[in-house]
Write a protein that binds this ligand. Structure first.
Ligand SMILES: Nc1ncnc2c1ncn2[C@@H]1O[C@H](COP(=O)(O)OP(=O)(O)OP(=O)(O)O)[C@@H](O)[C@H]1O
Length: 240
């Protein structure tokens, strides 16, 4: 039997008359890397904002490990084991890489020595230990992305939402980051990733959903989803 970590049922988010999400249902299984694709404005970031508590959904329910989390505050959702990254990385100004990650680690480890230890662990897990004492603002784009993941990891999530982590990276940088993401997944963290690159989603995610105009266009194995004629027309066709 498959073990569900995240269950989304009839999720809707309306901004006035705009239905950014409507009737969205899907299930993420524990231990998988799950993909979310869709054209610009399809509602992917709104979905992440609802899952992480940044936005209160207008309809529906979200279950994390069987517990209802929709409408909870972001820090409560984070404490329950769901972390997310942001498309645009904004490190705390005037702080080192380590300091930035410690801010996240304090959530579970209020003592400074503990927070520092766990922040170092998070940096090591994403291959950034050697950059711990660098001013965070001096990082490259690829390093910023890894810092963003380290901050999320430092909250010790069971489920990690990654929002377009590969955008703007070179092919080599993207491949290295994909390897890091697979390694994190190998350590037991379930991953949900929003990604525009179809080849990346095909390689990384056994199962995926496609959003279009705020509705679920397809759900299933990534292979089947990408072969779906509606997906081809709405997403791949328009991208070609
Ligand atoms: N705070 C908001 N107020 C009003 N409309 C919003 C708000 N946030 C998002 N929207 C609208 O909701 C729709 C979905 O936006 P969203 O950013 O979730 O799409 P997306 O799939 O993440 O797009 P992209 O790939 O460009 O990041 C868009 O029409 C957007 O303009």
């Amino acid at each position: 039997m498959t073990d569900t970590i995240l269950e989304v049922t009839d999720l809707g988010k309306f901004f006035g008359g705009l239905r950014a999400l409507s009737g969205v249902c899907f299930t993420v299984w524990r231990g998988e890397i799950f993909g979310i694709i869709g054209p610009n404005g399809a509602g992917k970031t709104t979905l992440f904002n609802c899952l992480s508590g940044a936005l209160k959904p207008s309809t529906g329910r979200i279950g994390l490990d069987g517990r209802r989390i929709d409408g909870l505050h972001p820090h409560d959702i984070c404490r329950l084991g769901l972390a997310r990254t942001f498309q645009i990385v904004r490190p705390f100004q005037g702080m080192t890489v380590l300091g930035n990650v410690m801010v996240a680690a304090y959530g579970r480890h209020p003592a400074t020595a503990d927070a520092e230890h766990h922040a170092h662990e998070a940096l090591r897990s994403i291959g950034m230990a050697h950059l711990a004492h660098l001013d965070a603002e001096r990082l490259s784009v690829a390093e910023m992305r890894r810092l963003e993941i380290a901050r999320a990891i430092a909250t010790e999530p069971r489920l990690l939402l990654l929002d377009e982590m590969l955008a703007g990276l070179t092919a080599t940088e993207a491949a290295a980051l994909c390897d890091q993401i697979v390694a994190l997944n190998g350590r037991g963290i379930t991953i949900v990733m929003v990604e525009h690159s179809v080849p990346v989603i095909s390689r990384m995610c056994a199962r995926s959903i496609v959003l279009n105009f705020g509705t679920l266009l397809a759900e299933g194995t990534t292979q089947d989803v990408l072969r779906d004629p509606r997906v081809q027309e709405a997403y791949l066709g328009s991208a070609a």
